[in-house]
Every structure is written in C-alpha cells, then in structure tokens.
Design a protein around this ligand. Structure first.
Ligand code: B12
Ligand code: SF4
Length: 470
C-alpha cells in the first residue's frame, strides 16, 4: 500500500519551536520504518490546508496518517477535512497524545477513519495489513473507530522491546526541512506523575529504555550520514545514572565525536552532581531541566517531587559548566496558588536565576492529565479553541485573578528573564547559545524578530504569536 504521513502546520509560532529548528515530527519517522519493512511505499511531509490537496494528488496514497499535538489539532482537523473532500476513498488515520485521549471527539470532528491510541509502530502496520485484506473494522489493540455511528474503543498500546524497533526513517524528511541536528529517542515514558503532563498516562507510568549498545549503534549511523549534533528527546535522559555512565563509556570506547543535548530532572543532577562533568566531558552541550516554579507549594501541587533548594543548587552547578543550561518554568498552578503574590514570587525567582536560556509556559491543561480532568470537572476551562493550548495563553479561570491578568504576568516573566537584565546579559546569552551550537541562524532570527516586535515596536503578544513562522 501507499502511505502518506503528514504533520499539519498552521504557520503559528510556538515558544519551543522558536528555538528548535528540527521541526519535523519524530513520530512520523518512527511510524514510517516498520511500514517500509513490510513493503509499503511511504512518504512524509508537512501539510497545510493550502498544500494538502496537491500532496495527496502527487502521492496518491491509500492511507494518510496524521500526527498532531493539542495546539495543532485545529490545523490537523482542517487538513483532514480537506482530504475527506478531495479524496474520499483515502483512509485517514490519526495518532498522538491528543488523539489518544480524545479519540471519539477527534474521530467525529475530523471525519478520520481510525485513531491509533498510544504507540503506533505495531498498530499501524497491523491496520494496513487488515485494510489490504479488505477488513475495514479490524479488532486490533490500539485501533479505534466509529462503526455504524458507534464508537469502538481500544486499549492504549505500548512497544515492549524498544530495541526491536527499526531506526526512524529520517532519510525521508524532505530536503527543505532537514536540519543540521538529528534526534534520538533513547527511552520512553516517565515514572513520575506531574499534574500537567500527559506522558505518564500515555506510557502507563512506565519508563522503558533501549540498551546502550542499540543507542550507540544509532548514533554511529547518524554520524556516518554527516550529522554532528544529536538531540536526545527522552523526557528524562538521566533517570538512571549507571545507564548514562554506560552510554558515556560507550561514546569513549567507540571514539564517537559529536555534540548532544538532553533533558534531565533537577533531583537526578542534585543527587549525582558528577553528572554535569560526566556529560560535558563526553560531548554534551545542552542540559534542559524542568524547574517549573520557585515556590515550593506550587511544585508540591504539581506533584513534581523536587524542591526549590535542589533547583537552586542545580542552577549554580550548571552556571560553572561550559554546557548550555535551558530551564523550563511554568506560570500558574490551576489551584489555590494563582494569586498575584505567588505568581510575582515565582517571576522574581526566575529573574534571580542565573540561566543561559529559559522558557516560560503558561500552565496548560492538556487532555490526559489530572489537571485537565480537574479543571474540566470544575467548569474552569475557558475555551474549546485548542490552538490556544500552546503554552502561551491562559485557557482556564485562575482562582485569584483573571486569565487576562495571568497573561500579563506571562509577558512580565519574559521581560524579567530577558529584558530587565540589560542588553549585555542578553548578548551573553545569545553568544553562548550560538557558540554551543544550540541556536542556529534561523532560530536567532526568530528570536530577534520576536523580541523586536514585542519590546521595541510594542506589538501585542498574541498578535505576534499568530504570525507566520515558516
Ligand atoms: C520533541 C518534543 C517537542 C519538539 C518537537 C515537536 C515535534 N513536532 O516533533 C519541540 C521542542 C519543537 C516541541 C514543541 C512543542 N511541544 Co513537545 N514534545 C516533544 C517530546 C519531548 C517528544 C516528542 C517525540 O518526538 N516523541 C517520539 C515519538 C516517537 O513519540 P510520539 O510523538 O508520541 O509518537 C508516537 C505515538 O504518539 C503515535 N503517534 C503519534 N502520531 C501518530 C500518527 C499516526 C497516524 C499514528 C498511527 C500514530 C501516531 O505513534 C508514535 C510512535 O510510537 C514530547 C514528550 C513525549 N514524551 O512524547 C513533547 C510533547 C509532544 N510536546 C508537547 C507540547 C505541549 C509542545 C508545545 C505546545 C510546547 C510549547 N509550549 O511550545 C510545542 C508544540 C509544537 C508543535 N508544533 O506541535 C506535549 C503535547 C501534549 C498534547 N496533548 O499534545 C508533549 C506530549 C509533552 C508533555 N509533557 O505533555 N515538542
Ligand atoms: S513533567 Fe517530566 S517528570 Fe513530570 S511526569 Fe512529565 S516527563 Fe515525567
């Protein structure tokens, strides 16, 4: 069969995508490989309402797969409706966190034929096998659909042995979207259960890892293909110190020379301070850490299981390192701590932190999280426009202020982080981000343009956010 795997795009800019120029979704590349192994013809691309008709005509697929996050759901819906209209015989399959947790709604609203719930590497090839044999409504784990108007649900699927998966087919990325960096997913899931995060529910609280040898083999293939930078997109690369040490030893033994970035937890680094030199000595150039808040009550309400003291310690450890420290902060608690006093305390903490790059997200209730369930049950979700669930809009009613006030604080937080510290400090941050290779020219232009529009031209933040990014 012919499969066309699409990532919808609406041109809006996201805080993380602003800096990360490796825009192409890894889910599509992971899905493509097992399909190719089974002899299917696969293409991947970015889709907009404008280009999807010509993409479908060019590839004439039997099946179109669409991946999306919550803020990209409206874009995906528009793209799928377009496919439905112009190619009604093509089967449309959707997947990802949003589609997994809101399967029925997604099927009914988009008109897609199937939702693959959970990981798709086993379910999607199984679905294509069924379709090839003429079975339209197969009973497969992870495959849900609507039959005769009735929603037929399925359990979330998870791959047991990650080493058994073929290497993601990154060679399929269309040339114009290829970045200087490549990504690797060395583990899946997370044993923690933060209130705002859908990763635990998606992976059933499990943390599954690939063997060190298997990861190093993938690194070698990537380096052999001319890449020299790799971003590990695991939620928590450093959960198991022994494994990290084993990976670093392997890098040394195989003589692999490359620069790489990871995401880590505050408590892992706090517990093992020698992680910082270990990573740095083996080519790691960036460590991203979720500090989230400078107020302990807020951290506890998230169930983050870290302390402000630990965070301060890790921030100072990173300050002395040549690696780039990338801190994630969240504004809002969704509970009793959404008061001006607490928010201001958190913003002041951010301002005091010595950091290289910091990203603030507005607390966002994503489907599949406890936060979403609670705010929904309390009738506090303000909008059904999923495109606003992008981490820069307040989409719920805070307890101690208005949503508009909260959004003003969001701007204030960024001002405190980047503008109030003066031009010299901003230049230092930019220089380090550039020097470490984290920030590419395109990202630099994105940031410079955004800052100029917000702070020099005084343009409205939400208007800037709606601008075309690429
Ligand atoms: C890398 C990453 C990014 C990167 C790249 C995003 C991209 N387009 O690929 C960057 C930094 C740019 C980014 C940005 C954002 N991200 Co992000 N990101 C991740 C991260 C850490 C890994 C994603 C990944 O590649 N996983 C590896 C692949 C293999 O797994 P997967 O995507 O889940 O795909 C599997 C299944 O879901 C399924 N599947 C997925 N799609 C499809 C489609 C079909 C047809 C089928 C059959 C199956 C299927 O099969 C795949 C293979 O098993 C996840 C966390 C996580 N653990 O997933 C968050 C995550 C996806 N991001 C999230 C969010 C919120 C964002 C932002 C809104 C953040 C912000 N404030 O700006 C933006 C939105 C960007 C966008 N354009 O959509 C949320 C999404 C929640 C939701 N409900 O949608 C997640 C889950 C993090 C979280 N803790 O909640 N992100
Ligand atoms: S925020 Fe990080 S630590 Fe918390 S559940 Fe999600 S992935 Fe795990």
């Amino acid at each position: 069969m012919k499969a066309l795997l699409l990532q919808p795009h609406d041109g809006r800019i996201d805080t993380s995508a602003l800096l990360d120029t490796t825009i192409f979704s890894y889910s599509l590349l992971y899905l493509a490989s097992p399909l190719i192994e089974e002899g299917h013809e696969v293409a991947v691309d970015l889709a907009t309402v404008e280009n999807v008709k010509s993409l479908v005509s060019r590839h004439s697929p039997d099946v179109v797969g669409v991946t999306f996050t919550t803020p990209k759901y409206p874009a995906a819906r528009a793209v799928i409706r377009e496919i439905r209209e112009h190619a009604p015989d093509v089967k449309v399959v959707v997947g990802g966190h949003h589609a997994t947790f809101l399967s029925e709604e997604t099927l009914r609203e988009t008109g897609a034929d199937y939702v693959v719930r959970g990981e798709g590497e086993i379910a999607l090839p199984a679905l294509l096998r069924s379709l090839s044999s003429g079975i339209q409504y197969p009973k497969l784990d992870g495959v849900s659909y609507i039959k005769d108007g009735v929603f037929v649900d399925s359990p979330i699927t998870r791959v047991k042995d990650l080493d058994s998966l073929p290497t993601p087919a990154w060679e399929l990325i269309p040339k114009k979207y290829r970045a200087r960096k490549q990504r690797i997913l060395a583990s899946r899931g997370c044993p923690f259960k933060c209130d705002f995060c859908s990763v635990s529910a998606f992976h059933g609280g499990s943390w599954r890892t690939r063997s060190v040898g298997n990861i190093l083999d993938e690194v070698e293939v990537i380096l052999d293909n001319g890449y020299s930078m790799i971003e590990f997109i695991d939620d928590n690369f450093t959960l198991d110190y022994t494994r990290v040490a084993g990976f670093c030893k392997g890098v040394e033994e195989r003589g692999l020379d490359f620069r790489w970035g990871v995401q880590a937890r505050v408590d892992d680094i706090h517990r093992n301070p020698d992680l910082i030199p270990l990573l740095s000595e083996h080519g790691c150039y960036r460590v991203s850490v979720g500090v989230e808040s400078g107020v302990q009550d807020v951290l506890d309400s998230y169930g983050k299981e870290i302390t402000v003291e630990q965070a301060k310690n890790v921030i100072s450890l990173m300050k002395d390192s040549s690696m780039l420290g990338y801190w994630y902060f969240i504004l809002g608690s969704g509970g009793a701590y959404d008061t001006p006093e607490v928010i201001e305390k958190s913003i002041n903490f951010m301002g005091e932190c010595d950091f290289d790059v910091a990203q603030v997200s507005m607390l966002t209730p994503f489907p599949g999280t406890r936060l979403y369930d609670r705010l929904k049950n309390e009738g506090r979700l303000l909008t059904g426009d999923w495109s606003l669930y992008d981490g820069s809009h307040c989409v719920y009613t805070p307890s101690g202020m208005t949503a508009a006030q909260m959004e003003k604080y969001f701007m204030e937080a960024y001002r405190n982080l980047y503008v109030n510290k003066g031009v010299m400090e901003l230049a230092r941050k930019m220089r380090k981000a550039f020097k470490t290779g984290f920030m590419e020219h395109k990202a630099l232009m994105n940031v410079a343009g955004l800052l100029a529009r917000a702070y020099i031209l005084g343009e409205d933040w939400t208007a800037i956010y709606g601008r075309k990014s690429y």
